[in-house]
Ligand binder design. Structure first.
Ligand SMILES: O=C(O)c1ccccc1N[C@@H]1O[C@H](COP(=O)(O)O)[C@@H](O)[C@H]1O
Length: 276
């Protein structure tokens, strides 16, 4: 099946950076300052009902439980993780929250934490930042409250990332249950507002161990000069090597969930695979 064609304006902008990179006054590597770096890995801990869980396609009711989220996070930290991707799934779905557990996990971490789920207004943002996390990841708010998101990007800079959770090229919010507009139009708006980075999830791949959507990631990287964290589908060390191959295009990191919990490989093996 063919992929939806992005609007003409987006196609023009997506081609231009790739064509012009070698002529860019700063050169290819300064445009993507991380491009000489190795791929960052962010093991995921998603919390629902106080438990670490993995979902399939992000669908409520598909949970497999992996026990205590603090234990999971400490396991990834002990294995050498530099980042933790921590999600309050109840807050994302609107079925409550796991604030205390989440704050406990962040407090216990010596590593950087990217925190997401239910951060949609001043109160939830303040609570998230008060945990001491390194940055937050906004999903629904970027679709439903664009003015508020522009304001917090201006106030907090690179402590704010935006999660672009997509089916095809349509963004999804509210626990990935509602359409929220076009990926490339939203990306252009957020770029113009100074958004520091994007976490791009292909919902069709998430939790499926089917491999990441490399084409989507390439297209997003061509449409923005901001770093992209890839999410969804990682199943093997080869998938991680393929994502590492996209670092020069702007992929900065990869979130790894199900593959680690299903023991497809260890985090130590994953870190080793992307270190060369
Ligand atoms: O991570 C998931 O599996 C997931 C599944 C369903 C909904 C959200 C999910 N994850 C994270 O939640 C934020 C969005 O939360 P919100 O819309 O800002 O409340 C998204 O960035 C994902 O990281």
């Amino acid at each position: 099946m063919g992929h939806p064609v992005p609007p003409r304006e987006v196609r023009r902008r997506r081609r231009a950076p790739a064509d012009q990179l070698d002529r860019h006054p700063l050169g290819r590597e300064d445009r993507h300052p991380m491009s000489t770096h190795r791929l960052e890995l962010l093991p995921a801990v998603d919390v629902r009902d106080g438990q670490a869980v993995r979902l399939v396609h992000g669908e409520s009711g598909t949970e497999t439980s992996y026990g205590d989220p603090l234990e999971a996070a400490l396991t990834w930290q002990r294995a050498g993780a530099e980042w933790l991707h921590l999600v309050d799934l109840d807050a994302a779905f609107g079925t409550g929250d796991n604030r205390e557990r989440i704050a406990e996990v962040v407090r216990a971490m010596d590593i950087k934490v990217e925190l997401s789920g239910g951060i949609r207004d001043d109160e939830t943002l303040a609570a998230a930042l008060a945990t001491g996390c390194t940055r937050v990841n906004l999903g629904t708010a970027a679709l439903e409250s664009p003015e508020w998101v522009a304001k917090v990007i201006a106030e907090h800079g690179d402590k704010i990332a935006v999660g672009l959770d997509v089916r095809g090229t349509t963004l999804r919010g509210r626990g990935w249950t509602r359409d929220g507009g076009d990926l490339y139009e939203t990306l252009a708006r957020l770029d113009s507002e100074g958004c520091a980075r994007y976490v791009v999830t292909d919902i069709a791949k998430d939790g499926t161990l089917q491999g990441p959507n490399l084409e989507l990631l390439r297209n997003v990287c061509a449409a923005t000069d901001r770093p992209v964290v890839a999410s969804g589908g990682v199943s093997s060390l080869d998938d991680l090597r393929a994502l590492a191959g996209l670092v020069p295009e702007g992929v900065e990191g990869a979130i790894v969930g199900k593959a680690l919990y299903a023991k497809a490989f260890t985090l130590e093996e994953a870190l080793e695979a992307v270190s060369r």
